[in-house]
Design a protein around this ligand. Sequence first.
Ligand code: GDP
Length: 526
Amino acid sequence: MTLKEEIQKRRTFAIIAHPDAGKTTLTEKLLLFGGAIQTAGAVKSNKIDTATKSDWMEIEKQRGISVATSVMGFEYKDIKINLLDTPGHQDFAEDTYRTLTAVDSVIMVIDCVKGVEIQTEKLMEVCRMRNTPVICFINKLDREGRDPYDLLDEVETKLGISVRPLSWPIGMGKGFKGVYNLYDQQLNLFTPSQRKLSDDRQVFENLDDPQLDGLIGPGNAKQLREDVDLIEGVYPDFDVNEYLEGKIAPVFFGSAVNNFGVNEMLDTFIKIAPAPKSRETDVREVKPEESKFSGFIFKIHANMDPNHRNRIAFLRICSGKFERNKPYNHVHGAKPLRFSNVTQFMAQDKEIIDEAFPGDIVGLYDTGNLKIGDTLTDGENMVFTGIPSFSPEIFREVVNKDAMKTKQLEKGLKQLMEEGVAQLFTFDIGSRKVVGTVGQLQFEVIQFRLKNEYNATAEFHPMNLYKACWISSKDKKQLDEFVRSKNRYIARDKDDKLVFMAESKSWLQMVQDNYPDIEFHFTSEF
Ligand code: GDP
């Protein structure tokens, strides 16, 4: 197969959802349809259930699951699908944001009872930053959910994206009869079943056909005819280019646990979802069909065995062919790197592979050379952009509790930060170290892993900080002056970039007003 054919064959995506909307269930059904797994229950939820079990156990369990499910590859109708897993717990949202930089599109799951929830809103913001194409799956139609029109309105207003239903539900909850596929003009009747895999579909080019009344009852038939008229009247025809530009989200209705509507969505997905696209670097745009390899690291997993420092770095291939044992340029690194142990993840299995293509995700065994955001190329010095750190929400000062283990603590912190567990800021004055996270749970993870893997004891003391803002200015003199006068609040991030640590929102506003020549940024990339 030519490189171009390999690229056209691939679809790399993630499922995003608020916890409990049905991401794990949908993932499993997709794998079943793809023939990648044979039985339901094979995909483990990566949710952390802190309320019921010991946190440590749960965190370790979660780490195990997240390695196993990081990428689930499978083939469906000659298309190679790479499904990237995203952590379920909101405290690991940053990990999800980064995973979204490695995909070409997403499927968003919404619970028809709960509607658009907060985590979905946050994830959608990240998709919008990159204009990622989104397909929306409204789930749990076997329950008494909200009115479908309301749900669509809510998606549009809360998520800021236009929608175009491609299927329409007939009834809901106990009265759920099925969906009508507006795209293929097929009626898909619902029979609750967690086992059955194929949908029974009937073509109905003309909904006035009296047979429809017999199949779903006269009341439902009348309602469906009205709904379809309304939808076709209100919504413009579905334009696949608008979807590809991230402007419009096609919507499907179904019930993942009952295998209903999933097949339908998957068939449309492989037709419309984008194959790997060009990506920006600091130098130029890189096309996937370029013959020279390039890619970036978006995720790092430490080995679960504390006696081994090996890590798995996840590489997204952006162009050319990646080959095992070939030396590649580690941009920003000291020396070229070659990888003899290259893993590809296929559903529940992993295998060592010799080559991989744009859109593929491979796991590289690494002894500490790679960090998140690193670019690997076949020669050229360029760095993929669009993998920023976001300003954290919670800050704690790191306090060393074992002076004999200072080195271990520093090493542990450095490695955990490279893995992207949290962000470390070091104040200019007194070298005080502050860890910033998006959630409470990360501090527990860090503390536990520092002890368990590095034998270092650290405590985290609360700090009164509102935001870490990366600062820059066109006027170097002004910037120097700012850093001098605000030196108590100046810190450096892991790349030694200047960061202003603001204590409160109002104070930050005041400082911004007082220093119009200084730019304050809420992500590390500007
Ligand atoms: P996740 O947190 O998004 O991964 O959600 P899960 O896939 O674990 O699903 C959460 C719960 O919703 C589980 O108990 C599922 O069995 C249930 N669930 C998933 N899909 C459906 C559905 O279509 N109908 C109903 N009634 N329940 C569902």
